[in-house]
Design a protein around this ligand. Structure first.
Ligand SMILES: CC(C)(COP(=O)(O)OP(=O)(O)OC[C@H]1O[C@@H](n2cnc3c(N)ncnc32)[C@H](O)[C@@H]1OP(=O)(O)O)[C@@H](O)C(=O)NCCC(=O)NCCS
Length: 379
């Protein structure tokens, strides 16, 4: 007997349950659209920058020139991290997944924040700005350290996308690469009450601090049903290898009832608004690099998934081969999601705390009743 048949008021996975009110973003499942504070995400990705997007999410409006310049300046000044963070990253076993490394990095960073003991609105905005500024530096240097490379100090003149790529590779990206990374950060920045954002809000709703909310978010994002899907999608594309093998591979996967990573979405049943945008960028990278293999494999998977399962790709699918073609190591794809999503998580943490109520749902008990306690020698 399914839980829903037994309990009409219970929705497994909280599907369709309204768990809050927000002014940060809106997903329109029917129109497959996504807006941040009322502004279409595609306009932000095409005409704006990730910094403008993050400002919009955190402060509730687009910055004017002076506000943007000041925000960029603060981000630049805040990019580096205390030596203790590098010590933590150095001390991790080499096989540590970068999602675990960035979680550990934020845990180390938190007590160094000048607003460590404060949890008011303005202090949290300052903390959010620092959290945002340092993410790319920590992800990229965490990778360098596990590869046995020296750390690269962040460049305060660079934006979030360029600074991440600069620290990662030790050289500044070209204009196209920076633009693609910047737009992908905008597309990943915020997405309603997804699992990691909801988990982040649950954490701060206890009046815990915003860093704890971010760390909760990272732990939740890591799973392959959420942010981890972009890494799994790339492994799948590489396993397929060539467009000629794609059709047989995907039919076989479906016959064997495999979950195909990067497809399907709880909110978008008619397609993920961000996936088309990311696909165009991913294919453009392939064209510029003179290799359309991954885009060609993707086309076949998308066609078969739609025909056979009625499922569309989500943003993680094209993001996977976009980042791969930019030469980024696969296990950094979900941490790149973190570099971006800390803006959305922080906005939600602040919104939650501005009008807080402890989040504490209830549960149906299906266990035994009236079980006598049996003394240990009689069990
Ligand atoms: C995102 C996701 C967790 C949404 O899950 P959900 O709303 O709980 O939907 P369900 O998992 O219940 O899926 C509904 C049906 O579609 C199928 N389905 C959903 N996504 C699928 C996928 N990626 N591959 C194959 N089948 C899939 C399910 O098996 C289920 O079929 P059934 O009714 O025959 O059992 C799910 O689509 C998924 O696991 N996708 C792959 C992971 C991924 O890309 N995550 C990133 C999300 S941005």
């Amino acid at each position: 007997m399914s839980a829903t048949a037994s309990y009409p008021n219970y929705s497994p996975g909280l599907e369709g349950v309204i768990a809050g009110i927000t002014t940060i973003s809106e997903i329109d499942s029917d129109r497959s659209s996504l807006v941040y504070r009322g502004i279409d995400v595609h306009e932000l990705a095409e005409k704006g920058s990730f910094e403008e997007t993050a400002y919009l999410l955190l402060f509730g409006k687009l910055p004017d020139r002076a506000e943007l310049a000041a925000f960029r300046k603060t981000l630049g000044e805040e990019r580096d991290v205390p030596e203790a963070v590098y010590t933590t990253l150095r001390s991790l076993p080499k096989q540590t997944h970068p999602m675990d490394a960035i979680r550990a990095a934020y845990a180390t960073l938190a007590p160094f924040d000048p607003d460590y003991t404060r949890n008011d609105h303005d202090a949290n905005l300052r903390k959010a700005t620092r959290i945002l500024a340092k993410a790319g530096t920590m992800v990229a240097n965490g990778h360098r350290l596990r590869m046995g490379l020296d750390i690269v100090k962040p460049d305060p003149a660079l934006n979030t996308a360029a600074n991440f790529l600069y620290v990662l590779n030790g050289q500044k990206p070209d204009e196209f690469t920076e633009k693609v990374m910047d737009a992908s950060l905008t597309l990943y920045a915020e997405h309603g009450f997804n699992a990691s954002t909801f988990a982040c809000r649950v954490t701060v709703a206890t009046l815990s601090d915003i860093y704890s909310g971010i760390i909760t978010g990272i732990g939740t994002l890591k799973g392959p049903l959420h942010g981890g899907a972009n890494e799994e999608a790339m492994k799948m594309i590489l396993e397929i290898g060539t467009p000629e093998r794609a059709e047989a591979w995907i039919h076989d996967a479906l016959v064997n009832k495999k979950k195909v990573m990067g497809f399907g979405h709880r909110e978008y049943k008619k397609g993920d608004s961000r996936a088309g945008h990311m696909t165009r960028m991913a294919k453009e990278i392939g064209r510029r690099k003179g290799n359309t293999t991954y885009g060609d494999i993707a086309d076949i998977l998308e066609r078969v998934m739609l025909q056979e399962k009625g499922l569309h790709p989500n943003v993680d699918f094209p993001a996977a081969y976009a980042y791969y073609q930019l030469g980024i190591p696969i296990d950094l794809y979900t941490p790149i999601f973190v570099i971006s999503r800390v803006s959305g998580w922080s906005a939600h943490a602040i919104e939650q705390l501005d009008n807080n109520r402890l989040i504490r749902p209830t549960v149906i008990y299906e266990g035994a009743h009236n079980v006598p306690f049996v003394p240990i020698d009689e069990r």
